[in-house]
Design a protein around this ligand. Structure first.
Ligand code: GLP
Length: 242
């Protein structure tokens, strides 16, 4: 696992976006793994800028989201499918039907998870996975105690994660869904390249565990220590407990 410490999130975003631009220019049908949360937003802004400057086209690329809330209405602004559509998909030139999310409104969530893993495999597997990290060390929505080998599956969100994400739901934790459909750690580990980005002191403990702790389901992100091509990009505040 490579660790890159930079002074701020903008520098990190520019670095990650440049790697993605290079990849897509080299492999136009690259499969990109999109994360939600605030951490990847700078990367999306840089990708949109590169597209507008004519430095990259996504017309043959694919996008697969990490996770989705269970039970949010299709037009809910915080449905992750809508978030990714708003923050990146609709602002560049992805072809119709090329960006996907797990279906958190399926009648049979586990079948929807299995179908999602099959779709990723059919597209050729994820070439570049963008990741954030939760304060409890979760990646995607794999909460502490998650299996290291599972595919896309249903998770119960911890009170901590619901509290962290309440800011996207008007600060009201009761409006944050209790469950989600998430790529498993097994799915994420199959991505050929992974870039995990984190900024701010709130992430410092999770980052210290990720980089210096033992590999343990207590801190799900630690499985990335076994990934053959994972880079952790953090600012000085997120690195403050190393
Ligand atoms: C959510 C997402 C994760 C993300 C995490 C951190 O829980 N499911 O993929 O990493 O939030 O979010 P933020 O980047 O806003 O701190």
């Amino acid at each position: 696992m490579r660790v890159i410490i930079q002074p701020d999130g903008d520098t990190i975003a520019a670095l990650v976006a440049e790697s993605i631009v290079d990849l897509v220019n080299e492999k136009p049908n690259a499969v990109l793994g999109f994360a939600t949360g605030s951490s990847p937003l700078g990367i999306y802004r840089e990708l949109i800028k590169a597209y507008r400057e004519g430095r990259v086209s996504f017309k043959d690329a694919w996008g697969f989201q990490l996770d989705e809330y269970v039970g949010l209405p299709a037009d809910h602004p915080e449905l992750y499918r809508n978030v990714i559509n708003r923050d990146i998909e609709s602002q560049v030139d992805f072809a119709e039907g090329r960006v996907h999310a797990p279906n958190g409104n399926s009648e049979d969530l586990q079948s929807a998870g299995d179908e999602y893993d099959a779709m990723i495999a059919d597209a050729g597997g994820v070439d570049f996975q963008i990741l954030g990290i939760g304060t409890d060390g979760h990646i995607a929505f794999n909460e502490p105690g998650s299996s290291f080998t599972q595919g896309t599956h249903v998770e119960t969100l911890t009170p901590q994660t619901r509290e962290d994400n309440a800011r996207f739901f008007g600060g009201d934790i009761s409006r944050v869904p209790t469950h989600c459909l998430t790529q498993g750690l097994g799915t994420i580990m199959e991505a050929r390249k992974v870039a995990l980005v984190a900024t701010g002191e709130g992430k410092a403990e999770a980052i210290a565990e990720l980089i210096e702790g033992p590999v343990s389901a207590r801190w799900p992100a630690t499985i990335l220590q076994h990934h053959p091509d994972a880079t952790v990009l953090i600012d000085e505040a997120a690195a403050s407990k190393l």
